[in-house]
Design a protein around this ligand. Structure first.
Ligand code: BEZ
Length: 241
């Protein structure tokens, strides 16, 4: 098993929100991909997991694969990665389909690409190896990349804690809603709940902002104005199928 030193792990600067997603070509369970070029015009979730044939990762893959249609309805493609090889990936995904049961999920077929990153080329470029947590495995990293190839959200989870995939869907819907309506979304926002307008840089009193922004805007103070945005309006703008 290949090991990475802290020096190697920090040799490449970690990508940040707002950066262009680092480019790479890689072999996957669905063939060769050229990332992010192959995904131009789509949102992508590039995520790493520590290792094939491990229980938390298995529960994550079953959950993500089961939700794949929902992500695709919001123009979002999934791409997984671990520093295991292709034959391990194929054997693990076959075991998941043939044997694994988690919650009410079974016979789950993973059809999104899973990258073979034995060389750690991609994991190193994306800062997925955190030697304080593990020197031979990637942590649970999530990069949300927009249709222009810009990194819009980064999440990191440790080895022992599985991710919340409803939150990832909320991130996708939230980013797309913020872009489509030029708004910001408050804590725990879900589609159908009030949104914050405009996102930044406004001034004036609450009264002035309400007057200038139209009837549907409500301000509690000059810096905190909201408006209603129904789930139907959100879906009409961002849902593609
Ligand atoms: C897991 O996916 O179950 C796992 C992977 C690496 C370390 C701990 C747990």
């Amino acid at each position: 098993m290949q090991e990475i030193t802290p020096e190697q792990a920090t040799a490449t600067p970690m990508p940040r929100i707002g950066d262009l997603a680092p480019a790479f070509t890689a072999q996957t369970t669905q063939g060769l991909i050229n990332f992010p070029a192959d995904y131009a015009g789509k949102w992508t979730i590039l995520f790493s997991h520590p290792a094939d044939f491990t229980p938390v990762c298995t529960s994550e893959f079953m959950t993500f694969a089961t939700m794949q249609d929902e992500f695709e309805a919001y123009n979002t493609q999934l791409v997984g990665l671990s520093i295991d090889g292709l034959y391990s990936h194929i054997a693990w995904l076959r075991t998941i389909k043939e044997k694994m049961v988690f919650r009410d999920m079974k016979n789950v077929e993973v059809t999104f690409p899973l990258i073979d990153d034995v060389s750690m080329n991609v994991a190193s470029k994306y800062g997925m190896i955190m030697p304080g947590e593990a020197t031979t495995q990637a942590v649970r990293a999530v990069f949300v990349i927009d249709p222009a190839g810009i990194i819009r959200t980064i999440l990191y989870y440790p080895l022992a804690l599985g991710r919340n995939f409803d939150e990832l869907l909320r991130v996708i819907k939230g980013l797309q809603t913020a872009d489509a309506f030029d708004v910001a979304l408050p804590a725990d926002w879900q589609p159908g709940e009030p949104v914050i307008v405009p996102p930044a840089g406004s001034c004036g009193t609450a009264e002035e902002r309400m007057t200038n922004s139209g009837d549907d805007v409500e301000c509690i103070d000059w810096f905190f104005c909201t408006k209603e945005l129904s789930e139907q309006q959100v879906d009409a703008a961002i849902r593609v199928s």
